[in-house]
Design a protein around this ligand. Structure first.
Ligand code: PEP
Ligand code: MN
Length: 267
């Protein structure tokens, strides 16, 4: 790759400001919330508790790319409306996945950050359209994508005019079946050393197992990532999607405490 927008030689490292939160700045950010927005009451309860423990940004899926078409597909725009209302009530920016170009414009009324899911990293029409807006994009790594394919996907968005791209390592498919995916922390080190974009890690999809989320969270931070996106719920076992990898709010709190300890140790 030569002279691409993602490369360090193309300019300054990219820092992305969302409300009062800076992604790619001095301090790792924590994004958390349920896999799916389920209803207003559950969402506001989760959000209030996450706000209290210092989570920076709220997540919640409304358009869900489920492997089976018979599984819960998300609440669609009703979910985005709930997420946006809750985000405003607790004063937190919100992020959610958009899968279809036709939904981008309307989603901008509700979202501070748009997520491109792993299954859509190769959806070049979607990437090009997201290049025409200014809102920050969390670009998840395709589950079988090489680092270079992932960077080209970022390049699609950036070359169309939107440089506000945040890479998200969420695990890749390997022969290993014990975990849902294999979290590739090499990718974090590579991106931080050679490229301009901020990178966050999703240890929830990266492992698929809630008991591994705390250790892989701190491992990701020590590998140098700019933040984490963690699936959490007030009743993790009852989460309507991805319950097995969903942690409690208390677990998110202990992850945040560990990050603070690590930062102090570095100073
Ligand atoms: C998600 O964040 O809920 C999600 C579906 O993630 P991924 O696209 O990484 O599978
Ligand atoms: Mn999920």
């Amino acid at each position: 790759m030569k002279n691409l927008l993602v490369e360090k030689c193309s300019g300054e490292n990219i820092k992305i400001k969302v409300g009062n939160v800076v992604i790619g700045g001095d301090k790792p950010v924590v994004i958390s919330g349920p896999c799916s927005v389920e209803n207003y009451d559950t969402m506001i309860e989760i959000a209030k508790q996450l706000k209290k423990i210092g989570v920076d940004i709220l997540r919640g899926g409304a358009f869900k790319p489920r492997t089976s078409p018979y599984d819960f597909q998300g609440l669609g725009f009703e979910g985005l409306e709930i997420l946006s209302k809750v985000g405003k009530e607790v004063d937190m920016p919100v992020v959610s996945e958009i899968m279809d170009t036709k939904d981008i414009e309307k989603s901008l009324e509700y979202l501070d950050i748009i997520q491109v899911g792993s299954r859509n990293m190769y959806n070049y029409s979607l990437l090009k359209e997201l290049g025409k807006v200014k809102v920050p994009i969390v670009l998840k790594r395709g589950m079988s994508a090489t680092i270079s394919e992932w960077l080209y996907a970022a390049e699609y968005i950036m070359s169309c005019g939107n440089e506000n791209v945040i890479l998200c390592e969420r695990g890749i498919r390997t022969f290993e079946k014990y975990t849902r995916n294999t979290l590739d922390l090499n990718a974090v080190a590579v991106i931080k050393q050679k490229y301009r974009l901020p990178i966050i890690v999703d240890p929830s999809h990266g492992t698929g197992l809630r008991e591994l989320v705390p250790i892989m969270s701190i491992s990701s931070i020590t590998a140098g990532c700019d933040g984490l996106i963690i699936e959490s719920h007030v009743y993790p076992d009852n989460a309507v999607s991805d319950a097995r990898q969903t942690v409690s709010i208390k677990t998110v709190e202990s992850i945040i405490e560990n990050i603070k300890t690590y930062i102090k140790y570095l100073k």
